[in-house]
Design a protein around this ligand. Sequence first.
Ligand code: DQA
Length: 147
Amino acid sequence: MSVRKVLVLHGPNLNLLGRREPAVYGTTTLADIEARLQQRARAAAVELESFQSNAESALIDRVQRLFDEPVGFVILNPAAFTHTSVALRDALAAVAVPFIEVHLSNVFAREPFRQHSYFTDKAVGIVSGLGPAGYEAALDYALRALG
Ligand code: DQA
């Protein structure tokens, strides 16, 4: 039987959503996004945990805990670590939990350095450019996958 828990991981500066470059990232706060995801998960009787950190090591530590505390699916917005973090990629590969990569903005329509991700080739899929709805699409997929 699949593990009926989803972990949503948010990287650096996503705690500033709502105030941070609203023309790029919109005006929805992280708390709003988390509340919407919680509501959806609860309706499907799936446990959902959200974790945001500005520190690469804290995100890696949280991922490493998945060895001992099973989670069926991860939804990950690595934020700027998308383009830099081999270490976070390695942590996800180590625990081998399926994950979906989410970006609020369309990273492929932005600066060239945002067009490379250390995660995409390991991800089940990627949602980029749909704003907060991208997290909901990813969660819908994960809920279906968990059955
Ligand atoms: C982001 C895109 C990244 O390039 C950027 O560094 C972020 C947010 C997004 O959600 O669009 O912090 O991951």
